[in-house]
Design a protein around this ligand. Structure first.
Ligand SMILES: Cc1cc2nc3c(=O)[nH]c(=O)nc-3n(C[C@H](O)[C@H](O)[C@H](O)COP(=O)(O)OP(=O)(O)OC[C@H]3O[C@@H](n4cnc5c(N)ncnc54)[C@H](O)[C@@H]3O)c2cc1C
Length: 435
């Protein structure tokens, strides 16, 4: 058949063999070339991957080192007691909510803080006998070294008691404080913060004014320049209450690793789904599950009591380990770690405990259903100073003359030896307090 083919092609027999051999040689050469190219390509891809990996490791190390330097600097340049800050700007965010840009009056550097931490203010409000102590979370990234920002919502009277005056501290800020005013401020503190030495993906959940520490975290991720994934879920009633709406939208638009999901529980007629919000309803785990690829994240929550309760319960039911859920309460702790609730044996033991308020000359049996020593004292008409009621400001510190206490949460900074922060502790045994 070859002969027939050669004949039909007009190629003599020996030339045909040489032609076939040539073809085989060229094919082999081509195959070798292709294989060599493939091998080189694989090597190049491998090297590029290795380089990318090395670069990622170096970037993480650099980030860690930068963060440690900042923390060392924070420890060195923080301040004790009160420092004077002047109000550089006051900006209306939405109904009853204002941002305050604060600059140190002494003109010196501001220490780095951890995103999620708060400032404690000592407010000298005209007409009040004593200064009022209130905590407000820092709402911007710690990378702005020339100002601190807080965002404050005027607290209205409770719905069932409209005759009460609105919140004293928040109304003072929103109604009275103006640009140029000087405020007394304690250094940033608090244990609710995002660890910036890590690069793990996070879920940030905020309800209402609880957006403040969460926004600081999101802004810090953006400023770090890393591609750390952050899913931010934010629930408000509608656009009237959409705090930092423009800033949040711009943040998500500029950073593909920051995924913003806004829920309106009661959208107004002018509110547009897809423009102002993405979901009608409250932020709940069912909605979160629809968006997240898995539950394998670290979670940071800040919002009202019911918001935090529903989310912590939902995350637990979804199998998220307790140590991956971090939260901040803007008042008396509404969510308690399991360990904080006394066991039945502890409750029986606590029923026999007595508390002596030495200055008030009263000894009473402890009521195990009491939230903490501060509210127990208040229920008896015994006055103890208080501020944040969340273990942050130190105002409710009382000396322990004898006995010991258990903390319901870790105090923002260790109380002085021999004293306790009454807003976040319960008695461990018979107590004598200097109150
Ligand atoms: C760590 C931390 C961070 C925080 N961060 C922020 C933040 O970033 N932004 C923010 O806006 N808030 C924040 N808060 C909350 C803030 O500290 C205050 O708790 C809040 O502003 C309310 O304080 P106030 O002085 O305005 O209200 P208060 O004067 O303490 O009043 C509270 C409520 O009691 C009502 N009331 C008034 N009189 C009575 C009465 N006789 N009996 C019963 N009730 C009465 C008031 O109407 C009001 O509803 C934070 C709190 C903490 C602990």
């Amino acid at each position: 058949m070859n002969a027939t083919l050669n004949h039909s092609l007009g190629i003599p027999g020996s030339s045909a063999t040489a032609f076939a051999l040539g073809l085989i040689l060229i094919s082999a050469l081509l195959l070798w070339l292709v294989l060599e190219m493939a091998r080189s390509l694989i090597r190049i891809i491998g090297e590029a991957r290795q380089q990318k990996l090395t670069l990622a490791i170096l970037q993480t190390r650099l980030q860690e080192t930068r963060q440690r330097c900042r923390e060392a600097e924070m420890a060195a340049s923080g301040w004790n007691g009160l420092r004077k800050f002047s109000v550089a700007e006051k900006i209306r965010q939405c109904d009853g909510v204002f941002s305050f840009y604060l600059k140190p009056h002494d003109g010196r550097d501001l220490p780095y803080f951890k995103p999620g931490q708060y400032l404690t203010f000592q407010l000298k409000i005209p007409g009040r006998e004593k200064p009022l102590i209130r905590c407000y979370s820092l709402s911007d990234s710690p990378d702005h070294r020339d100002y601190y920002r807080v965002t404050i919502k005027k607290e209205k009277a409770p719905l069932d008691r409209p005759e009460f005056p609105p919140g004293a501290g928040s109304s003072y800020f929103t109604d009275k404080v103006k640009v140029g005013d000087i405020l007394d401020v304690k250094a940033p503190s608090g244990h609710f913060f995002l660890d910036m030495t890590k690069n793990n993906p996070v879920v940030l959940l905020a309800g209402g004014v609880g957006i403040t520490p969460i926004l600081s975290m999101a802004n810090a991720i953006a400023a770090s320049g890393t591609k750390r994934e952050a899913y931010l879920f934010f629930g408000v009633r509608n656009r009237q209450e959409h705090i930092h709406q423009e800033e949040l939208a711009a943040l998500a638009a500029a950073h593909e690793n920051i995924h913003l999901h806004v829920a309106y529980s009661k959208p107004g007629p002018e509110d547009v789904k897809g423009r102002d919000y993405h979901y009608e309803g409250r932020v709940g785990v069912e909605w979160v599950k629809e968006i997240l690829p898995s539950n394998n994240f670290e979670y940071y929550l800040c919002g009202s009591g019911p918001f935090m309760k529903s989310l912590t319960d939902g995350l637990e039911a979804w199998g998220v380990p307790e140590d991956r859920v971090h939260f901040e309460a803007f008042g008396p702790a509404s969510v308690k770690k399991k360990a904080a609730s006394p066991s039945p044996e502890q409750t029986t033991r606590l029923q026999k405990v007595t508390i002596t308020f030495a200055r008030s000359a009263r000894t009473v049996r402890w009521e195990p259903s009491s939230e903490n020593l501060l509210s127990f004292a208040e229920s008896l008409g015994i006055k103890i100073d208080s501020g944040c009621r969340a273990g942050g400001c130190g105002s409710c510190g009382v000396a322990i003359k004898s006995g010991a206490v258990d903390y319901l949460k870790k105090p923002a900074s260790a109380p002085d030896p021999g004293t306790c922060l009454t807003c976040i502790c319960r008695p461990q045994n018979d107590l004598v307090l200097d109150a």
